[in-house]
Design a protein around this ligand. Structure first.
Ligand SMILES: [Zn+2]
Length: 135
């Protein structure tokens, strides 16, 4: 029982600064999907609201392979009901490379400020890619 509480508080600590649970009311119907990448994976992604400003936050790490990946970026696509892209926002991330095939370094956290939030957004798709942010 004690151990369970400790784990919960550790999770809460690691999320602080970039989290609000449950999801902000004005985007509660927006679904969040993560696209598995070849070089890196999105571990989690969620919408947060801080002082009335929405952002997309989460964590990414390199995929289970030996290839070291250092520079990458996270893309958030804002899609409407018909799957039409309303906006694309990206942020650069830096990943530590793995020191052994049996362990992962700490994941990289990201925060993408998303104001103005495209009003017709029905779904967001979060993915991570190698290399620089799309220009
Ligand atoms: Zn990309």
């Amino acid at each position: 029982m004690k151990k369970y509480h400790l784990i919960l508080s550790l999770i809460a600590m690691s999320l602080s600064g970039c989290a609000s649970i449950p999801p902000p009311a004005r985007v509660s119907t927006v679904s969040v999907s993560k696209v598995p990448g070849k070089a890196m994976h999105i571990l989690d992604a969620y919408i947060t609201e801080t002082d009335g400003r929405l952002a997309v936050c989460g964590r990414a790490r390199q995929a289970f392979q030996w290839t070291p990946v250092r520079a990458g970026h996270v893309d958030v696509q804002f899609l409407d009901n018909n799957g039409q892209e309303l906006a694309l926002k990206s942020v650069a991330i830096w990943l530590q490379s793995r020191h052994s095939p049996h362990s992962y370094p700490a994941p990289a956290t990201f925060e993408i400020p998303s104001e103005p939030w495209p009003r017709a957004t029905a779904r967001i798709v979060v993915s991570a890619h190698e290399g620089a942010v799309h220009s």
